[in-house]
Write a new protein. Structure first.
Length: 207
């Protein structure tokens, strides 16, 4: 059973925490992670793009010139794609980009992402996060002490307004909760900063 150091906000070790093999010691499955990331990104698309085909463009009902004798190509109306103000060939229409992923694959991808981060030494468990004042400088000071000044993901047990307000102006830091944690955010971050309470919840949910 793997273990990880628990740090305080100053970066000093205050103990150890046991991690479960079925979450943090699995063989990372790249295909599952790729499918889930593709699904997350696809589901973010609005799918509202729209253009008019030649059948949707207003006008163009009259034949523009006679069929024979002009030396020009045969045309009916002037709303065909080759004309200005004509319709679009294979025009994009509103559609749903959702990619459905089975629950088992989603769980495997989450465990794979967490195991990959643990193997790379990119998970930091913090005993608790409590700032003296709700100010960005205290959050920045904590990140510097934890050596997480590049892109990081802060995982909380639940919504904490003081932490959210103190960290929202830090460009490379994202916040999430145990119930909103996803594979894309995990893989995107250089460091994963998880509170002890959040880590216990993660293990309870995914074990």
């Amino acid at each position: 059973m793997p273990s990880i150091k628990v740090l305080n906000m100053q970066g000093a070790s205050v103990g150890e925490m046991q991690l479960k093999d079925e979450i943090f010691a699995v063989e990372p499955n790249t295909a599952a992670m790729h499918l889930v990331v593709r699904s997350i990104l696809a589901n973010k698309r609005q799918g509202t793009q729209s253009a008019l085909t030649r059948g949707m463009v207003r006008g163009g009902g009259r034949k523009i010139y006679r069929q024979k004798g002009t030396g020009n190509a045969r045309h009916h109306g002037n709303r065909a794609p080759q004309f200005a103000h004509g319709g679009v060939v294979f025009a994009p229409q509103p559609r749903d980009y959702v990619v459905n992923v089975p629950k088992k694959v989603r769980r495997l991808a989450m465990k794979s992402a967490l195991s990959e981060k643990f193997n790379a030494g990119e998970i930091i468990v913090v005993d608790q996060i409590k700032f003296e004042e709700v100010k960005t400088k205290y959050a920045a000071r904590m990140l510097k002490a934890l050596d997480a000044e590049k892109r990081a993901l802060l995982v909380l047990e639940g919504r904490d307004e003081s932490i959210i307000r103190a960290t929202k102006n830090i460009e490379l830091l994202d916040d999430c909760y145990v119930n909103t944690l996803n594979v894309y955010d995990i893989l995107r971050a250089n460091k994963l900063i998880v509170t002890r309470a959040a880590m216990e919840n993660i293990q309870e949910v995914y074990a």
